[in-house]
Design a protein around this ligand. Structure first.
Ligand SMILES: NC(=O)C1=CN([C@@H]2O[C@H](COP(=O)(O)OP(=O)(O)OC[C@H]3O[C@@H](n4cnc5c(N)ncnc54)[C@H](O)[C@@H]3O)[C@@H](O)[C@H]2O)C=CC1
Ligand SMILES: O=C(O)C(=O)COP(=O)(O)O
Length: 590
């Protein structure tokens, strides 16, 4: 099952000119709130602008050009990137571009997706991306084999001194005894990080006759067993290995995980290959370990700072073989990642699903399709509820109740919660909220959203029967939205024939489809009210799409919910409010 995440769709109004390469970019108009989680058919779709800041395979560029203005500006300085970014809807990078908080902030909300044409996303500030609601996607599979092959190439080159012997011969020497190597057969290889690349390295090393052990706190024991690889602790891996190959990501936990202390735990004369990230090794400690003979040789494709300084001690060390971050650099891998990332970015820009999102919850594609009308309902209930709040205190506590006949683990509410958050916050702020940043923004604003599941006796054919949103400890400008003897604004809705409906306001049952906008009025229940309200709106040429009256008991109070196509003026609302028997009235924008 493909897990996916989605980001806001594009409403770029003025794509004026196509820039397929070079520096010229197009200024497009975007406003806060112009983007949403679910694209709608009536959105104006201008061509988005995609900045490609590092060499990307032709097939990927071609795919991007079909839907976007593509600006291939390689070798930008950080300042140039920052100055361009507010003109870009998407940015595609490899490992050489630092997508920092400054970059996200400089984008002024326009950057919607960062595509990493490769695996490691340590060059992208994910926290900053999440805060601004920018989706980050990567291309996690297309360069796996390339990286594994490079790991094996370095391991065997190291064992047989290929690089040093080649350099010596080119310098006119013939040093057969100096470059006697070691055999890899029957030696123990410790694969550190048994993920995609690590397991491919393990598989290949077994083919070379090596005994493979692996350390990975999160690896599946079953997968290791299937490949005939023994999973061991970090210390045991170091103690037993003749060769160590690094394949873990650079994270706060793995940062300099190979340091003086860990080298001390290694077998004397160990050989180390690093095709992961330079930062997992403390480079000064490695120099010391090489000089003391703890580490006999190292082969490094990656460095803490890339490119490393010319006088870098590791690069210059006679027992170290280096390559300039070539792990993913095969023709096949580069075409593969280019297509993988272009498809993900194009999809994300169109508001579609991104199977490789790294900073958004993965929601299965079929769940998203099934929940689509409920997602709209959730957004609109949030929007209506917050517009009913009066006073300045703001909303802090929200409870969402889902009535469903499905099993608890068969209803993924993350998307619905994100949309309720979006509905609650967007009408009263300049924030842009999507699945990426909903939880973050809610937390920042001190908005606590609790969720509750209630069984319903409906059919399991539909994921949900109804949704209720309750806002606690707030006053309402429409008192009827607060059920008697409570202090919570309460709204309920359901989906009927794929259309979201408002079905309850406070304790009044209504039934009005959530299309257009809504007028709510409470009146004394008596004959002729519908006619009176209808004629005021008719006189002002305001079209009514739906009308529904809910009452607690005859001739008591009733709430009328009126769906209108256009926004009534203040005067119209005053006229309505002036009708005898109307006790309160509120207009709510959807
Ligand atoms: N040199 C190059 O050009 C390339 C480098 N890479 C790098 O290789 C690394 C691995 O890539 P993939 O295998 O595709 O990623 P992956 O996500 O499939 O595998 C990484 C594995 O590391 C494990 N891990 C996490 N923390 C760990 C720890 N503290 N100790 C041991 N294992 C730990 C994870 O559980 C996971 O199984 C990444 O850092 C990636 O950036 C990948 C492709 C090309
Ligand atoms: O995919 C990765 O993690 C890599 O390190 C490859 O980096 P690159 O795209 O070649 O700059």
């Amino acid at each position: 099952m493909a897990a996916t995440a989605m980001v806001g769709s594009l409403h770029s109004a003025a794509a004026m000119q196509c820039s397929s390469s070079g520096d010229m970019l197009v200024q497009q108009q975007h406003g806060v709130g112009q983007r949403c989680l679910v694209p709608t058919s009536n959105e104006v779709m201008g061509k988005p602008t995609v900045l490609v800041s590092e060499k990307l395979g032709d097939a990927g560029i071609e795919l991007l050009r079909k839907v976007a203005n593509v600006d291939c500006s390689y070798n930008l300085t950080q300042e140039e990137l920052i100055s361009k970014i507010s003109l870009c809807d998407a940015l595609i990078v490899r490992s050489g571009t630092k997508v920092t908080r400054e970059v996200f902030e400089a984008s002024n909300g326009r950057l919607k997706v960062v595509g990493r044409a490769g695996v490691g996303i340590d060059n992208v500030d994910l926290q900053a991306a999440t805060e601004v609601g920018c989706l980050v996607v990567n291309a996690p599979t297309a360069n796996t084999v390339a990286a594994a092959e490079h790991g094996i190439a370095l391991l065997t080159a190291l064992a047989r001194n290929v690089a040093q012997a080649s350099a010596s011969m080119k310098a006119g020497k013939w040093q057969r005894s100096k470059y006697v190597g070691v055999s890899v057969v029957d030696k123990t290889l410790a694969v550190m990080g048994f993920g995609k690349v690590g397991s491919e390295v393990g598989r290949r090393a077994k083919g070379l006759g090596m005994h493979v052990i692996a350390h990975d706190p999160y690896a599946s024991a079953e997968r290791a067993r299937a490949l005939g690889v023994e999973l061991v602790s970090f210390d045991e891996a170091l103690a037993r290995a003749d060769f160590i190959s690094l394949h873990m990501p650079l994270t706060p936990t793995t940062d300099k995980i190979f340091n003086d202390e860990s080298f001390k735990k290694c077998k004397k004369g160990v050989r180390i290959v690093n095709v992961a990230r330079g930062g997992v090794i403390d480079e000064d400690a490695l120099v010391r370990a090489l000089d003391s003979g703890i580490v006999a040789q190292a082969a490094l494709d990656v460095f803490t700072v890339e490119p490393p300084k010319e006088d870098n001690k590791l690069v210059q060390h006679e027992n170290v073989v280096v390559t300039p971050h070539l792990g993913a650099s095969t023709k096949e891998a580069q075409e593969g990642v280019a297509v993988e990332i272009a498809e993900a970015v194009v999809g994300a820009l169109a508001g579609e699903l991104a199977a490789t999102a790294v900073n958004a919850p993965m929601v299965p594609a079929e769940t998203i399709a099934e929940l689509a009308p409920y997602v709209t309902l959730a957004d609109k209930l949030g929007r209506l509820a917050v517009q009913l709040v009066s006073g300045v205190a703001g909303v802090k506590d929200v409870k969402v109740t889902y009535w469903s006949s499905r099993a608890d683990d068969d209803l993924d509410t993350r998307l619905l919660r994100a949309m309720i958050t979006k509905g609650l916050i967007e009408p009263v702020s300049s924030a842009f909220i999507n699945l990426v940043n909903a939880d973050y923004v809610a937390k920042q604003r001190g908005l606590r959203i609790s969720e509750e599941r209630q069984p319903s006796d409906g059919t399991i054919e539909y994921p949900l029967d109804r949704i209720q949103v309750k806002l606690y400890h707030v006053a309402s400008k429409f008192a009827s939205a607060i059920p008697d003897h409570t202090s919570e604004i309460t709204l309920e809705g359901k989906v009927k024939d794929s259309v979201p409906h408002l079905t309850k306001v406070g304790s009044f049952s209504v039934d009005v489809s959530l299309e257009g906008s809504i007028i709510l009025c409470r009146q004394v229940d008596q004959p002729g009210m519908i006619g009176k309200v209808g004629s005021v709106l008719g006189e002002e040429d305001i079209n009514i799409s739906f009308m529904s009256v809910g009452r607690t008991s005859p001739r008591q109070h009733a709430v009328m919910a009126i769906g209108v196509d256009n926004e009534p003026s203040k005067t119209v609302l005053q006229k309505l409010g002036g009708i005898p028997a109307i006790e309160e009235i509120v207009f709510l924008k959807l």
